[in-house]
Write a protein of this length. Sequence first.
Length: 63
Amino acid sequence: KKVIDNKIYQVYKDNYTYSKVNNVHIINDYYSKERSKLMVKRNYLCLKSTNSVPEFLKAMKKN
């Protein structure tokens, strides 16, 4: 299991959070943490920079 840091930040007013995992920021569905833990490798983007978070959220809203 990957250990997620205690630092979990709410992104704007959207129901998404990003956690720093092994120096890579991963988006997690705030209300489906257990599910996202299983699907993070397939369905979520690993962001190297928090600057990419807004673009990621826009993409999520479109899908």
